[in-house]
Write a protein that binds this ligand. Structure first.
Ligand SMILES: C[S@@+](CC[C@H](N)C(=O)[O-])C[C@H]1O[C@@H](n2cnc3c(N)ncnc32)[C@H](O)[C@@H]1O
Length: 262
């Protein structure tokens, strides 16, 4: 196992250690698994978003990439084709739809995404909870411009895009919110920044805030960040789905960490 690259080793470990929903005794977690995680029915109304993804996957245009994070193992030059960004950076449809179902299940009013890229997952989230406002932050101006065009194309009026480094934009976005209900962290996959963004978001979090961290097993640093988040004094329940780590602060729950394949 030591010869495998880090993510493959972690995935193998996940398969060996994860339980099914039948091992879950918490009614809160059981209901979430049953109603939001296990459902595979694609929401019909997202066909236009996936059509847009396919157009991006065929788009040969070049953009200048400003890389502010540890987000891409494959980016070698600062000029990249949109189709390559669409292929490597975006959450695949199945995971984007799962995120959207989780968001719909909890009905947040205020959502945050760190890491917009071309905006496909943001569009899924915005469509899932049209009554919510989604603040999404992207550090690369040219990629952000493509995302903004995509939001306009699909008439997603509930998305506010903020261009700039997370370290500058996050405090600004948070200062404009009375509370944060749902946060999806999908960029700058490194230990210290991930922990810093979590702490900043906690200042606006409440008992029912949902945090979702992407790529918690991407590197040893991200594994360490995930372990510290689980141990955090405000965190009660976590659910490790391998590709996502879900974090809850609900004081009525006992501290409990789940690893699930559902
Ligand atoms: C994995 S992609 C996001 C994908 C998007 N959530 C989706 O699934 O459609 C991560 C994005 O975060 C941006 N990013 C990474 N680190 C950043 C930082 N420190 N500040 C601002 N943006 C950053 C990158 O430019 C990249 O576009």
């Amino acid at each position: 196992m030591a010869l495998l690259p880090h993510p493959a080793r972690s995935f193998l470990k996940h398969l060996l250690q994860a339980g099914s929903r039948h091992a879950v005794h918490s009614p809160f977690v059981y209901s979430l698994v049953d109603n939001a995680l296990r459902t595979t029915t694609p929401p019909k109304e997202t066909a236009d978003i996936e059509h847009l993804r396919n157009a991006l996957l065929a788009n040969m245009d070049l953009v200048s990439v400003t890389d502010l994070g540890a987000g891409s193992r494959t980016a070698s030059s600062t000029q990249r084709r949109i189709r390559d960004i669409a292929r490597t950076a975006l959450k695949p449809r199945r995971q984007a739809e799962q995120l959207a179902r989780i968001a719909r299940y909890f009905r947040p009013r205020t959502m945050l995404e760190l890491g917009t890229s071309l905006g496909i997952t943001a569009l899924h989230l915005s469509r899932a909870v049209p009554e919510a406002r989604l603040h999404t932050v992207e550090g690369c101006p040219q990629i952000g411009a493509v995302a903004q065009g995509n939001f306009r194309k699909l008439g997603a009026g509930n998305i506010s895009l903020h261009i700039g480094a997370f370290k500058d934009q996050l405090p600004r976005v948070l200062s404009g919110l009375s509370q944060l209900d749902f946060a999806y962290i999908d960029g700058h996959h490194a230990k210290e920044p991930t922990l810093a963004y979590f702490e900043q978001c906690l200042a606006k979090a409440h008992n029912d805030t949902v945090f979702i961290f992407d790529d918690i097993h991407w590197s040893e640093g991200m594994e360490e960040a995930w372990a510290l988040i689980k141990d955090h004094s405000r965190v009660t329940v976590t659910i490790d789905l391998f590709h996502f780590g879900l974090v809850f602060l609900r004081r009525e729950q006992q501290k409990e960490h789940f690893r699930l394949r559902y």
